[in-house]
Design a protein around this ligand. Sequence first.
Ligand code: F6R
Length: 262
Amino acid sequence: MAEVIIVKSLDEAGELAAQHITSLIQKKPDAVLGLATGSTPLPVYKALHRRVQQHGVDLSRVRGFALDEYVGISPDHPQSYRTVITNEVVTPLGLNPDLVQTPRGELAGIRNAGERYDADIRAAGGIDVQILGVGTSGHIGFNEPGSSLGSRTRVTTLTEQTRIDNARFFDSIDDVPTHSITQGVGTILEARHLILLAFGERKAEVLARCVEGPVSSSIPGSAIQLHPHVTVLVDEAAASQLVHADYYRRAFSNVPEWLAES
Ligand code: F6R
């Protein structure tokens, strides 16, 4: 079962995730992070930034793989995930840009780009911690409803819902790409630890379906239930439709000493 932690604020969620990531990096300075974009992971990156600035945490050897990329926009487009990861993660956290990859969304070579990306992840020894958000469509990465739970990194068609949700980053909805290249659900499930975050009322229904609903390709985020090590960090609003919320609260606030992480 996923460990579900209901937090009071986005900052608290960011701190808990950053705490975990920095303790991993202390043990393994060249750890491999799976990096999500969008609004949800920003508190994590902000908390990591504070640790870099205030505690001198060194992330220069950390390796990274973005979850996804739009197809058909150039890597230096302001809304390409390459640019977003550079501006929100690589530069502020002092990562080495040569050690951070995004899937290749250019049309040239797109047919084999997914396979090459999965091979690069494997060659890096796999992803240690994968940071995830969830879309209102139920997607993780850009695995839209109907995605095989065993899918690999590949090109997907974005739902209209996802294009509408992401139009806020573009001048108009017409500028939002129609396709993405995304780590597959099967690729995501190979990461050693998944940290899924969700905030706000808008995510409440889909979050409940991911955590407590049946595992189904109709809600690709429900695939996290198949993973042995998942941490779900949610605020009260996103947790509002969880049937077992009280149980999650009790489990988190009463971790016996013999079970606590050393
Ligand atoms: C981003 C990604 C998506 C987002 C999801 C939620 O790399 O893969 O699955 O995590 O669309 O987006 P936000 O966080 O903007 O609500």
